[in-house]
Write a protein that binds this ligand. Structure first.
Ligand code: CTP
Length: 220
């Protein structure tokens, strides 16, 4: 199968609370950065869409777009989406955003507690699946990541179904592992079960193996 295009997303999104505070997560953008640079060797027309990644993870010799929020990431993907596209969602989009943005910095009060009303962001992969149906595209393939702190295989397989994925790349995350520089172990899972396991490798090596795996599966 020949893809005309690929889209790789990377890093965290930010949801602003007031002018100085935001909701985000610990994703650095490292995995997406290595994947996009590896994938371009196979699919030259690969677009890189990233959130607030570290400066060094913005480097890419191809079309790239920086976004801030989850809604912006979704819109950037929908703009780039065509038939015959492979999408690899390595980003960690914020799942919630504040219901209201407060124009001026929120001040402390004498109250002990402060509550923030959050609303759920759309699920990007699930929205893309719906859009593929609406646009009557025949061949869009989606690869997701599952960052879990527990029940890895079970949660990952559930996400394959819910988000309409071909494969999910599953790993454990926590304060010491998964995000950032650390070595990592991942499993590539499909609805048929575990396809391959990659143990204790750098994210660069993992990315090479992920792209090799996909190339083998889709090219044959
Ligand atoms: N993802 C997405 N849209 C979101 C959140 C996540 O498309 N709003 C994608 C991620 O890029 C990843 C996959 O979905 O490829 C799984 O992300 P993860 O954070 O593990 O799952 P969530 O859907 O956020 O589920 P939960 O927080 O319940 O584990």
């Amino acid at each position: 199968m020949k893809f005309n295009k690929a889209i790789v997303t990377s890093g965290p999104t930010r949801e602003w609370i007031d002018p100085v505070r935001y909701i985000s997560n610990a994703s650095s953008g490292k995995m997406g950065y290595h994947i996009v640079n590896e994938l371009q060797k196979w699919i030259p027309n690969t677009v890189y869409i990233y959130g607030n990644v570290l400066e060094k993870y913005k480097e890419y010799q191809g079309l790239k777009k920086q976004v801030e929020t989850t809604l912006e990431m979704l819109n950037a993907i929908l703009e780039e989406l065509q038939d015959n596209t492979l999408i690899i969602m390595a980003a960690a989009p914020a799942d919630f955003r504040p219901q209201d943005y407060v124009e001026n910095k929120i001040k402390k009060t004498s109250e002990e507690n402060y509550s923030l009303n959050l609303v759920q962001n759309p699920d990007i992969l699930a929205t893309v699946s719906q859009e593929v149906i609406n646009r009557n595209y025949k061949s869009v393939h989606k690869i997701g990541f599952a960052a879990e702190t527990n029940n890895l295989d079970e949660n990952a397989r559930e996400k394959i179904m819910k988000k309409g994925l071909d494969y999910i790349i599953a790993n454990y995350v926590g304060r010491e592992k998964g995000f950032g520089e650390a070595e990592s172990s991942v499993k590539i899972i499909s609805t048929d079960g575990i396809q391959i396991q990659i143990e204790n490798q750098s994210k660069e090596e993992i990315s090479i193996q992920i792209v090799n795996f996909l190339r083998l599966k889709f090219d044959s």
